[in-house]
Design a protein around this ligand. Structure first.
Ligand code: TMP
Ligand code: ASP
Length: 241
């Protein structure tokens, strides 16, 4: 089994380790939670395991459906072996329903259906507060090439369609989500990296509208740990079918 060598990166929710193989990393998920660009800090017991296990299930599903991902093998509840990538410094967000910063920025009530799935980019740069960015900005700054950008847009819209279907089957409405892509060290290809979890998606119970995601932590809504576990149970339920 692959072993962790030196730590090469520590983010707010994950650590990344080198392995003996330069084209493989180990991602290790933490229970640490932050919000508002690190201003609010806390811990969500069991979050690392929920996010790791859920991401692995979803990445395997996406991979089978033609979206290449960094997933290689689940190593433990909190650790996954992944392909080494160079992450593009872009947060790629799709919104199906107005919420969060979209509602604030444009003065639209949370829960308002959007007339089309709306893709937006932020520049992954904590010092600048992850500013919103359009295609020209990303190209002008050399963050991606035109070809990479087109691929990222296409993959993200396809991911949105597959995730909406996946989540509605388990009674969850996909309001919005954030993904990150990287260039595969070995091949240079654009592949999906990072995670897809209650940290990076807004998921509302389809029947009650209850928030089933990190907004419970961001907004102090309570039942944070229980909600992460409930989402994982639903995901594992559908996975066993
Ligand atoms: P926003 O409405 O706060 O811009 O968030 C949009 C989506 O992106 C939401 O599903 C949460 C996710 N997100 C992250 O994964 N990381 C972040 O740093 C932020 C700000 C949002
Ligand atoms: N994790 C992000 C941060 O601390 C924000 C968020 O998810 O709301 O900046």
């Amino acid at each position: 089994m692959a072993e962790k060598k030196q730590q090469i990166y520590e983010g707010k929710a994950k650590k990344v380790f080198a392995t003996d193989d330069p084209n493989l990393y180990i991602v290790s998920y933490k229970d640490d939670a932050t919000a508002f660009n690190g201003e609010k800090k806390g811990q969500i017991a069991g979050k690392g395991a929920v996010n790791n296990i859920m991401t692995d299930v979803i990445f395997e599903m996406l991979e089978k459906s033609g979206v290449p991902t960094h997933f290689v093998e689940k190593l433990s509840d909190t650790d996954t072996l992944v392909k080494a990538v160079k992450i593009f410094p872009l947060e790629v967000i799709i919104r199906n329903v107005a919420a969060g910063s979209f509602s604030q920025r444009y003065g639209v009530d949370e829960g308002t259906a959007l007339l089309k799935p709306t893709l937006e980019f932020s520049y992954k740069n904590d010092a600048l507060g992850d500013p919103l960015l359009n295609d020209d900005h990303a190209l002008a700054l050399g963050l991606v090439t035109e070809g990479q950008l087109a691929q990222i847009r296409d993959y993200t819209h396809r991911i949105n369609g597959m995730l909406q279907f996946f989540f509605i089957e388990i009674g969850l409405k996909l309001i919005d989500f954030k993904v990150e892509f990287g260039a595969d060290n070995a091949t240079g290809e654009v592949i999906l990296a990072d995670e897809i979890s209650p940290d990076t998606c807004r998921l509302w119970d389809a029947a009650t509208g209850e928030k089933m995601d990190k907004d419970r932590f961001r907004r102090d809504l309570g039942n944070v740990e229980e909600t992460y576990q409930a989402v994982l149970s639903r995901v594992m339920g559908v996975n066993k079918k």
